[in-house]
Write a protein that binds this ligand. Structure first.
Ligand code: SF4
Ligand code: SF4
Length: 404
């Protein structure tokens, strides 16, 4: 791993990133910009500023969206700087509450239990006392609703005559929140993979460590990452339908600092790129299609983290009978950003309102995306405005083009 001094030294302070940084455009403050935050981290590393008092409040307001990396002509690895700095801050003064919240969110069993128990409390939002403790502000995020469990074979009912022969197996990352809150997305994913000749090798698996890496717990993230590398060993491709997880897994070489981590990263694919590379467009040409006006929101860890913007668009545009329309400011964060909408609810709400205004401006009937965090947060905006625009994962919409 590069030293943080070398990473921060790459910033030439040109300011090209400023207008692409959502927290800078919302606040107008240099300290809430990538350039300002890099300067703060460098100064703290040199001992000129204090991590807790001078640096932490500004890093807490950073979304970790990495739009600054896309804009930066100097190749600054802002995500790596942020992970280092947040880890440093947590090591110096650990937050038991934040750590506990993350542990609950990344364990499917605890998450399910917590959501069931929280439903017993009044209100539809994240319980007020928890939000106050974590953020000092009133909660904005609705508690996720547990979906009805899906039972049976996800491949049941597919028209066998229209399917290609099985040509291989893949691993599918089940994730932690993803498997609890969006099992139907995994269902659609398995069907889409089968449509291009792949079946999923089922393996019990744990969390990838993405939320821990992004929130200041690099040791825990490494443990989870090393465990996943062992569990999904061999040479099968690993398909991921959650952008935040995929982004971290593609950076395991850097995070785990092992050859096995780097090799694992090379086998990791976002679902959209795997489907496009393996012929789903050709299959879509034969599908029934959808009479819908579709738009697409770029999840930050897919567009800025993995540099994938074209694959989902190419697939969505290939749905017969559908009309595709671009979303203004599609590359700007919606404010969900992992646990950001819980720990920074006010700023997250401003970004959600901005995102939703753009979604409505497209007059689409459905908006697709490839990350569970954005999915839940943007769906909340839809509910709050009457639910006229459906919010779905890209996989759901693509599968619907075949099966209706
Ligand atoms: S664009 Fe890159 S080099 Fe320029 S100020 Fe931003 S982070 Fe620094
Ligand atoms: S990660 Fe996003 S919010 Fe943070 S500095 Fe970069 S552009 Fe701004």
């Amino acid at each position: 791993m590069k030293r943080v001094e070398d990473l921060t030294a790459q910033c030439i302070r040109c300011g090209f990133c400023l207008e692409d940084c959502p927290t800078f455009t919302e606040t107008g403050s240099e300290l809430e910009s990538p350039r300002g935050r890099i300067y703060l981290v460098r100064s703290a590393v040199e001992g000129k500023l204090r991590w807790q008092e001078d640096v932490k409040p500004h890093l807490d307001r950073c979304l970790g969206c990495r739009a600054c990396e896309t804009a930066c002509p100097s190749g600054v690895q802002y995500g790596a700087i942020l992970e280092f700095a947040r880890d440093k801050i947590e090591q110096e003064k650990p937050s038991a509450l934040k750590k506990g919240f993350l542990a609950g969110t990344t364990s499917p069993t605890i998450l399910r239990t917590q959501l069931n128990l929280a439903r017993l409390l009044p209100g539809k939002r994240v319980p007020g006392p928890l939000s106050k403790l974590l953020s000092g502000e009133t909660a904005e995020a609705d508690l996720p609703t547990l979906p009805t469990a899906l039972k049976g074979d996800p491949l049941a009912g597919m028209d066998q005559a229209s399917l290609p022969a099985v040509k291989g197996e893949v691993y599918l990352l089940e994730g932690c929140a993803m498997r609890v809150l969006y099992p139907h997305v995994h269902w659609a994913t398995r069907r889409l993979l089968r449509r291009i000749g792949y079946v999923v090798r089922e393996v019990p698996q744990g969390c990838c460590g993405a939320l821990h890496a992004h929130n200041g717990y690099l040791d825990e993230a490494k443990k989870m990452g090393n465990s996943l590398v062992q569990t999904l060993s061999g040479d099968l491709p690993i398909v991921v339908n959650s952008a935040g997880c995929g982004s971290t897994m593609k950076e395991y070489g850097h995070l785990l600092e092992t050859e096995a981590g780097a090799e694992f990263a090379k086998r990791t694919f976002d679902l959209s790129e795997f489907l496009l590379q393996n012929g789903l467009q050709e299959e879509l040409a034969k599908a029934k299609g959808l009479s819908q006006r579709i738009t697409y929101h770029d999840a930050c860890h897919l567009s800025h983290g993995q540099k994938i913007t074209e694959a989902p668009r190419a697939l969505l545009k290939s749905i017969p009978n559908a009309e595709y329309v671009e979303l203004p400011e599609s590359l700007t964060c919606c404010g969900s950003a992992g646990i950001y909408n819980v720990v920074q609810p006010k700023l997250a709400r401003r970004l959600l309102n901005r995102k939703w205004k753009h979604v409505e401006s497209t007059q689409a009937t459905v908006v697709a995306m490839g990350n569970p965090g954005c999915h839940g947060w943007i769906a909340q905006a839809s509910r709050e405005t009457g639910g006229r625009i459906e919010v779905v994962h890209t996989a759901e919409l693509l599968e619907r083009a075949f099966s209706g």
